[in-house]
Design a protein. Structure first.
Length: 317
């Protein structure tokens, strides 16, 4: 029984080694510059599995002056879109979108209204509404997907739960982590602080290695481990910010978009915590707490070390 549980856990945890924090969303930015004439940019991850996603516009729209260039992690296709009528009330579709890639859609109309939505492989179509959109909900969904797609962040949150002695301390610890990464996420998006992405990702991997070391000591904190939760949260916030710095916020609601993106991240965390808590409770119930803890810190440390070596190698090479 124990061996079967270990085998399942090994398969789950080892799957994280293949992809760590590879969530790079595409971004379609459409800006109306004249009546029914739109300046358009289609930003798609250069390192993508499979064919590049293609955007399909209404039949009464024609592309003109198409240019494609590489900009950082993205291939940017820029062109003018000339339509016979407004895009409001019409559908936009995307084909060949990777399962690992969401596409954020931003439409800035000439009347100063903005629409934002999200497309993915399961929902490859989106309708531009006739009515004004009040809140940038696309960034909320993007935040959830970003958290759930960032395996290094998932592993870190899981590891934090090993360090706390009760539910209250667990809530305070996750709150400290949340507040910290919210601070650096905001500062980074507003351009007040900046670190190279590769450096940030390598440091995040190092925090995971250190977290594994803390778990190996099997010390339970009766008070919130502020240094680990808050200090490392500041670093992880820079990692969260990378997704926004890559695609940008192409609207006039910078603060609101940032808020909704951050709320999405928090909801993603809240979705994970009960799952992790059940795993820990189950291990304790079956009197497997010691072997489960040992297996977990060895796995967390192994993944962290793998990611650290891989990311440092990218910086050096």
């Amino acid at each position: 029984m124990v061996k079967n549980i270990q085998a399942v856990l090994i398969l789950i945890f080892c799957s994280f080694s293949a992809i760590a924090h590879e969530f790079n969303p595409a971004h379609l930015v459409i800006k109306e510059v004249e009546n029914n004439i739109y300046q358009t940019e289609w930003m798609y991850p250069a390192k993508n599995i499979g064919a590049r996603g293609e955007v399909l516009f209404p039949q009464d729209c024609i592309r003109e002056n198409t240019q494609i260039e590489k900009n950082g992690r993205y291939l940017v296709e820029a062109f003018s879109l000339v339509c016979e009528s407004s895009l409001k009330g019409q559908m936009i579709n995307v084909t060949s979108l990777s399962v690992l890639t969401d596409a954020l859609v931003t439409v800035n109309h000439l009347d100063a209204t903005t629409f934002e939505g999200l497309m993915n492989s399961k929902n490859p179509s989106i309708e531009i509404p006739l009515k004004k959109q009040i809140y940038p909900t696309g960034y909320f969904r993007l935040g959830i997907d970003h958290l759930l797609g960032g395996n290094d962040h998932i592993i870190f949150i899981f590891g934090l739960l090993f360090l706390v002695s009760n539910l209250i301390v667990a809530i305070k610890t996750i709150t400290a982590f949340t507040v910290a990464h919210s601070i650096t996420l905001g500062l980074s998006v507003f351009g007040l602080i900046s670190l190279p992405q590769a450096t940030v990702e390598a440091i995040i991997a190092l925090t995971i290695v250190y977290l594994a070391y803390e778990i190996s000591n099997q010390k339970k904190y009766d008070r919130t481990p502020w240094v680990i939760a808050f200090g490392f949260g500041l670093l992880h916030g820079l990692g969260f910010a990378n997704v926004l710095s890559g695609i940008g916020i192409a609207n006039e609601q910078l603060a609101m978009s940032l808020l909704f993106f951050n709320l999405g991240i928090e909801i993603g965390q809240l979705l994970l915590i009960p799952i992790f808590a059940i795993l820990l409770w189950g291990a304790n119930k079956m009197k497997l707490n010691q072997p489960f803890t040992a297996f977990s810190y060895l796995t967390i440390g192994g993944l962290g070390s793998y990611w650290l070596i891989d990311r440092v190698a990218e910086i050096i090479l």
